[in-house]
Structures are given as structure tokens and as C-alpha cells.
Design a protein around this ligand. Structure first.
Ligand SMILES: Cc1cc2nc3c(=O)[nH]c(=O)nc-3n(C[C@H](O)[C@H](O)[C@H](O)COP(=O)(O)OP(=O)(O)OC[C@H]3O[C@@H](n4cnc5c(N)ncnc54)[C@H](O)[C@@H]3O)c2cc1C
Length: 428
């Protein structure tokens, strides 16, 4: 029986494990093992909502062990350290508990086919001071820590302990994460104000969104990016384009050739790279962003037994350029990768991956805007409730891939019921 090991149970990896479990694990044609350093999955595009408390992280978690048991694969907790291609094994680090005691020691797992799906982390592009002084939204822990710290800051302003008139928040990187975080922060303070907390209103926030390019959201057409900038300014944000940050210290960002920008809270959302330890791991080919270079079949360029999908994969598009690091791409790659692994087990021909951009929708707190790709590959602008529905659909597709339609419907209902008994902003 073939041993298929998937490392990383995120947007791509968990969908892949679920599909393979049902199609190969159930019939005993292959043994599927999912490895992740965490015990629970949370869909990463929800992180800014976790950070601002607008989403209940408990209800949107998927426990890997329970999900594996229901979907005919096994789960092993562990952090990947290295790959031994000669002996076809991966090495996992010790798993420690909250007191730093080892609960599972270092171990090796053998594979016939391996899939790397370990995602990405924030890229500070080596900018001095950023690593030390900025907050990154990389995982559930960083999002929760940010929520706790911003809530304390808001409450200090409300109680009068903090005497300043305004709270300066600077966010570097006006891609989807920076833009969505900005509007969620305004929405968060407004909701807290509606609970009766003094001084908590949008005018308390002085949010500066800083972008090196000549416009925000460079992935969107120019008019869509202009409209969204206007919307951000309506919320009360200051948007600085053509502003390249070259240094950060405890309370300032330093733009090239301009005056320092003061900031009480400093966020960095200016791009991603695959984890540093992937650089040339086991002699595999990587690019400058540490991504594993893959062929159109999603097999790595130097080893047909190792596949890579999602943010950690560098996949060239047939028309030029590269597949973007998005959940949409990870979802599409998971489907082709599943098809190819099943084909390998059954001795069939492999398919090739071609990214199909279905559009980009940006959530702007209570509304959304963006573009969808229509027949003929033209892009059509969408706004308001329609855009909000399409934005939510991407997450629903992910849930359907994991749970099927009926269970997803029940989860949506459960979430609605739960919302009636909790504050809109999670204050835990
Ligand atoms: C705030 C935010 C908003 C976003 N919004 C959107 C959006 O609206 N639309 C969109 O398409 N995309 C969005 N994205 C991008 C999207 O989240 C990623 O492109 C997507 O999650 C990538 O999927 P993945 O499977 O490659 O990696 P991930 O989903 O990041 O999963 C990686 C998994 O690997 C595990 N892992 C990492 N290292 C190791 C290791 N060494 N050993 C074992 N396990 C490991 C992690 O625990 C994780 O479970 C957003 C991202 C962020 C941060």
C-alpha cells in the first residue's frame, strides 16, 4: 500500500487530505497521513477577523484528529525539520506542551509520495527593525495576541488611563490583508463604542496605510483600487502610496526620503515568503521567496515523488508570470494534486495545473468590493451585498470541500444561533 504524507493542513493541505482519504484511504489503496505543527486548522483568510475579534475562532476551528477519523486518513502532530530524499523520510521536531515539556519526541515518517503544503510567513524583505517592532498576522496565535493587546489599548483609552487624544496605527502593505485589517479596526472600535465604552469611536483611530507601489491593491484593476482607496478614506484612514519603508524603530516607520511616520501600533502586511528553512531543502529547487519550484503536474522540479501546493509552491503560469499565493490558488492546486496522486496510485497519466483566476473580492468590514472574472476572462466590478456574498463563498467552498454541503449548512446555522448569545466583538 502506497504511503502518502501531506505536510501542512491549511487551505490546500487539509482539502487534499480529505479528498485523498475518501478516494484512496477508505478503499485501502493508500495510507494517507497529514502532518501539522498545530492540533487545529483555521482557514488563514479569517485571521484579520480573529485579530479584530469579529469572528469566533472556536466555532471555525477544525480539529485535525476528529476530521481525520471521519475522513479515512491519519493525523500526526509535528513540525517538519528536514526531508531525507534518499531514504524517503521526513524528520519532525519534538512536540512540547505549554510548559515546554516534550510530549512527543523527534521522529521520522517514511513516505512513497510526499506533498509539501506548509504555506507562507510574512516577508520583511530584510528591512531593519521590522522583525523586532512590528506585528505580523501569520497564524492563530499572533492574531489572538494582537486582539488581546489592542483590546487592552482601547480600554486604557476608554478609562482615561491613556491620556493621548488619538491612537496612531500604521500598517505597511496595502494588499488585501492591510486593507481588510484597516476597515475591521474601524468597525471594531465602533462596535465597542456601541457597548457604552467611553471615547471608543472611529475618530479615536489615526490609521495610516502605507504602500510602496503607486496604488493600493495592485492585483485589482485601477478603477477598483481607486474606489477602495476612497472607501478607506471615508472610514477615516490616511493612505500613503509611493512610500517605501526602509527602517522601523520602536515607534516609527522611516519612509525613503520622507519624514518618519509615528506609530503606537505597527503592523507589517507587506508580502509573504515560504518559510526560510525551505531554502534549498534536501537539494530541491527554490526561488527567491523560498518557494519550491514545481512542474505543471505540481511535482517538484527535481523530485517526482515530492509535490508542492499552495503558498509554498512556485508554479509558472502558461501565459507568463506565477500563480499567486492565495487561498483560491491553494484550493485549485489541492484538486489537481489529489487527481494526480490518485492517477499515480492507479498507474494513470498525470494532469497539468493551470490557475484559473476567478476574481478578487476585498472585504471592507460591513461591505465588500472587487472584481469577478466573467465568461471570456473579462473582469466585472462588483460591490455591496453581491460582493459580500461572493467573498463569503470562498470560505463556504473550503468548508464544503472539508465537510460536504449538508454539514456546512448545519455549521452555518449553528454559528448563527451562537452569535445571538455573544458580543459581536470577541473580548476573550
Ligand atoms: C489576513 C489574511 C487574509 C487573507 N485573505 C485572503 C483572501 O481573501 N482570499 C484569498 O484567496 N487568500 C487570502 N489570504 C491568503 C491565504 O490565506 C493563503 O494564500 C492560503 O491560506 C495558503 O494556503 P496554504 O495551504 O498554502 O497554506 P496555509 O493555509 O497557511 O497552511 C499551512 C499549514 O502548514 C502548517 N505548517 C507550517 N509550517 C509547518 C511545519 N514546519 N511543519 C508542519 N506544519 C507546518 C501550518 O500550521 C498550516 O496549518 C489571506 C491571508 C491572510 C494572512
Amino acid at each position: 500500500m502506497k504511503k502518502i504524507v501531506i505536510v501542512g493542513g491549511g487551505a490546500g493541505g487539509l482539502e487534499l487530505a480529505t479528498q485523498l482519504g475518501k478516494k484512496l484511504g477508505k478503499s485501502g489503496k493508500a495510507k494517507i497521513t497529514l502532518v501539522d505543527k498545530n492540533t487545529n486548522h483555521l482557514w488563514k483568510p479569517l485571521l484579520h477577523e480573529i485579530a479584530t475579534g469579529t469572528l469566533n475562532d472556536e466555532l471555525d476551528h477544525v480539529n485535525y484528529l476528529a476530521h481525520a477519523q471521519h475522513n479515512y486518513f491519519s493525523f500526526k502532530q509535528g513540525q517538519l525539520l528536514n526531508i531525507d530524499r534518499e531514504n524517503k523520510t521526513i524528520q519532525l521536531n519534538d512536540v512540547v506542551d505549554s510548559q515546554n515539556q516534550i510530549i512527543f519526541p523527534k521522529t521520522d515518517i517514511s513516505y512513497d509520495l510526499l506533498v509539501m503544503a506548509i504555506g507562507s510567513t510574512s516577508n520583511d524583505f530584510g528591512t531593519p527593525g521590522v522583525k523586532e517592532h512590528c506585528t505580523f498576522l501569520d497564524d492563530q496565535n499572533s492574531a489572538k495576541q494582537f486582539r488581546k493587546s489592542i483590546l487592552s489599548t482601547f480600554f486604557r483609552f476608554s478609562s482615561g488611563i491613556e491620556k493621548k487624544e488619538k491612537l496612531n496605527i500604521s500598517i505597511v502593505g496595502a494588499g488585501a490583508t492591510g486593507v481588510e485589517l484597516t476597515t475591521e479596526l474601524f468597525s471594531m472600535v465602533k462596535t465597542l463604542g456601541s457597548y457604552g465604552f467611553d471615547k471608543l469611536e472611529p475618530s479615536l483611530l489615526n490609521i495610516t496605510l502605507i504602500e510602496a507601489a503607486n496604488r493600493i491593491l495592485p492585483a485589482l484593476p485601477e478603477d477598483a483600487s481607486k474606489n477602495i482607496q476612497l472607501k478607506l478614506e471615508e472610514f477615516g484612514a490616511t493612505v500613503l502610496t509611493n512610500t517605501k519603508i526602509v527602517k522601523a524603530d520602536e515607534n516609527h516607520f522611516y519612509p525613503e526620503g520622507q519624514d518618519p511616520i509615528p506609530a503606537d501600533i505597527m503592523m507589517w502586511t507587506a508580502g509573504v515568503k515560504a518559510p526560510d528553512f525551505l531554502k534549498d531543502i534536501a537539494g530541491l529547487e527554490t526561488n527567491r521567496a523560498n518557494q519550491l519550484v514545481v512542474k505543471p503536474t505540481l511535482q517538484t522540479s527535481r523530485d517526482d515523488a515530492i509535490f508542492a501546493i499552495g503558498d509554498c509552491a512556485c508554479s509558472a503560469k502558461p501565459e507568463g508570470g506565477f500563480t499567486p499565493a492565495t487561498a483560491q490558488a491553494a484550493h485549485q492546486m489541492a484538486s489537481i494534486c489529489a487527481k494526480n496522486l490518485i492517477a499515480l496510485v492507479n498507474g494513470n497519466k498525470l494532469s497539468t495545473f493551470a490557475y484559473n483566476n476567478k476574481g478578487t473580492i476585498i472585504s471592507l468590514a460591513n461591505t465588500a468590493q472587487g472584481v469577478v472574472t466573467t465568461i471570456g476572462k473579462n473582469q466585472m466590478g462588483v460591490k455591496g451585498w453581491m460582493a459580500s456574498c461572493i467573498y463569503k463563498m470562498l470560505y463556504r467552498f473550503h468548508q464544503v470541500a472539508l465537510f460536504g454541503i449538508f454539514k456546512t449548512y448545519r455549521l452555518i446555522r449553528a454559528n448563527k444561533v451562537y452569535r445571538t448569545a455573544r458580543t459581536t466583538v470577541n473580548m476573550d
